[in-house]
Design a protein around this ligand. Structure first.
Ligand SMILES: Cc1cc2nc3c(=O)[nH]c(=O)nc-3n(C[C@H](O)[C@H](O)[C@H](O)COP(=O)(O)OP(=O)(O)OC[C@H]3O[C@@H](n4cnc5c(N)ncnc54)[C@H](O)[C@@H]3O)c2cc1C
Length: 474
């Protein structure tokens, strides 16, 4: 179907004001913050395929009508809400449609008795968190993209926040949801503290990256907001292996601080200046909850830290991290690295304790040898579990030869990180998802269970209109 017919059909169904066809609005809705795209944009290139239009529904019925039409006519459709993707997950297909839920925003219900809140998919997380804080509650969900991301996208990407060691990821926070399937059918998964009624259907949508349906509403848990009883502490420690061991001991001992971070020496210089001895990493801990609990967690961590060669930095590094942790969101459109001819970005993976150190060392050994234009490769662990942790690699390289080389070198860095992770049985995406740039590694990531993902796609989106190119190789 040609672009004008698509636009006309959608306008007839939803009204003219729901369909945006101006090129600058389409381009804006297609922006993705993956490092090499940032570089391309600053360089004046716009290589993203052009969608026919952006559809901005205001209700679940409008989403349903739009999807029924798009499905009948087999039109490629990319769902989006906050647009903070860093994985090319919201880049459209040429001539396809962007289904933008950001106009569906607002709190639907606050249930103080059952400690949950329901909001529409386009509700900004920052707004939701303020709304809860004013009433003495918190969502416990603090991704760095808090100022950008919306509820629908947070569920669809299986997002995680900086306080995850206590509150978990969105999979631990989501209670129920409403979604629209590719053919326009509206479904609801009811709110329940726990159910034993077959597979957990919420997981069809958590992390589905828009390829199995469009989430229109979500109910998430809420908790008492108690910033006044927080316990915090920072230490330096020599070397990542010792830092990882210390964190492991905290986790397996049964302590649940909210924030557990270990920044390597490469990052420390950038984040904490020269107040930290050379080659030393920095550990940050924060516990929250009832005062008696945070005091006990603090005491336990102090005892464990005392058994290692650590240098106590007090609370200031944690306080300063708390103040500045999301600042990057306000500078995404500034050519901070571009003006130095550099592409800088991150890549997060996870692995069990027995493998994570090996992955970190292998990446740091291989990349400088294989990429003479690399300027930095460091990382931090920021989400820990009893079984293992994540490493959030941070890297930068000099662009040798224009945008094409920027993209190739970017994928070379990613390839080394993901290959070393797969080799050791780790997972190639801890929380950003597959998007379109990690898809080619998905068969190896999933192994024999990959067939389930294909079968789910066939069952829920047989015309394959939803977010082509994420998660599935074909
Ligand atoms: C500076 C920065 C920091 C970040 N920090 C974190 C972090 O700490 N933790 C973390 O987890 N992520 C982080 N991210 C990544 C990103 O913010 C998350 O993936 C976030 O969950 C995306 O939400 P969004 O509303 O912006 O979704 P979008 O970018 O709009 O969409 C992302 C994906 O979700 C799908 N989607 C969106 N809305 C819907 C819907 N209603 N129904 C079905 N599918 C939908 C899209 O198709 C796409 O696949 C960061 C990103 C940036 C730019």
């Amino acid at each position: 179907m040609d672009k004008q017919t698509i636009i006309g059909g959608l306008q007839a169904l939803l009204g003219e004001d729901r369909v945006q066809a101006a090129p600058e609005l389409i381009r804006k809705a297609s922006v993705d913050y993956i490092g090499f795209r940032q570089y391309e944009r600053f360089d004046g290139k716009d290589w993203v395929p052009q969608a026919a239009c952006v559809v901005k529904p205001r209700s679940v019925e409008e989403v349903s009508r739009a999807l029924a039409f798009l499905n009948q006519n087999r039109i490629d459709t990319v769902p989006r809400t906050g647009g903070s993707s860093v994985t090319q997950s919201i880049e459209p297909e040429e001539g396809g449609v962007i289904l933008d839920g950001s106009g569906m925003n607002g709190i639907i219900a606050l249930n103080e008795r059952d400690m949950m809140v329901t909001a529409k998919c386009g509700t900004p997380l920052e707004y939701l968190e303020h709304y809860l804080n004013e009433r003495g509650f918190t969502s416990g969900h603090f991704p760095q993209s808090l100022p950008l991301a919306h509820l629908g996208g947070l569920v669809a990407t299986r997002s995680i926040g900086q306080f995850s060691t206590l509150y978990g990821g969105i999979e631990d926070l989501l209670v129920g949801l409403e979604a629209v399937l590719a053919d326009g059918e509206i479904i609801r998964i009811k709110n329940s503290p726990r159910r034993s009624v077959g597979p957990d259907l919420r997981h069809l949508f958590i992390g589905s990256e828009g390829m199995l349906g469009f989430i229109t509403e979500a109910t998430i848990k809420m908790f008492r907001y108690t910033p006044e009883t927080r316990w915090m502490r920072a230490w330096t420690i020599k070397g990542m292996p010792a830092g990882l061991d210390l964190i492991r001991e905290v986790m397996v001992s049964g302590y649940r601080p909210a924030v557990v971070r270990l920044h390597d020496a490469e990052e420390v210089e950038r984040l904490f200046g020269d107040s930290v001895p050379e080659d030393h990493c920095v550990l940050l801990f924060l516990a929250e909850g009832p005062a008696s609990v945070t005091a006990a967690i603090g005491q336990g961590i102090l005892e464990i830290a005392g058994r290692y060669e650590t240098l106590d930095l007090g609370t200031r590094p944690v306080e300063s991290w708390l103040k500045t942790r999301n600042d990057v969101c306000y500078h995404l459109d500034e050519p901070v690295y571009y003006k130095h001819g550099v592409v800088a970005d991150t890549c997060e993976i996870s692995a069990p304790w027995s493998e994570i150190g090996g992955i970190y060392e292998a990446v740091r050994e291989r990349l400088p040898k294989e990429m003479p234009n690399l300027v930095s490769i460091g990382g931090h662990s920021s989400h820990s579990y009893v079984q293992g942790t994540n490493i959030y690699f941070t890297f930068g390289f000099i662009v040798k030869d224009g945008v094409e080389s920027a993209r190739n070198d970017y994928m070379k860095v990613i390839s080394v990180i993901l290959e070393e992770t797969l080799k050791r049985g780790g997972s190639i995406a801890h929380h950003h998802g597959s998007g379109k740039y990690r898809t080619r590694w998905m068969p190896r990531e999933h192994g024999s269970s990959y067939t389930l993902l294909r079968k789910l796609k066939e069952a829920l989106d047989p015309s394959r209109i939803l977010n082509k190119g994420v998660l599935l190789t074909d």
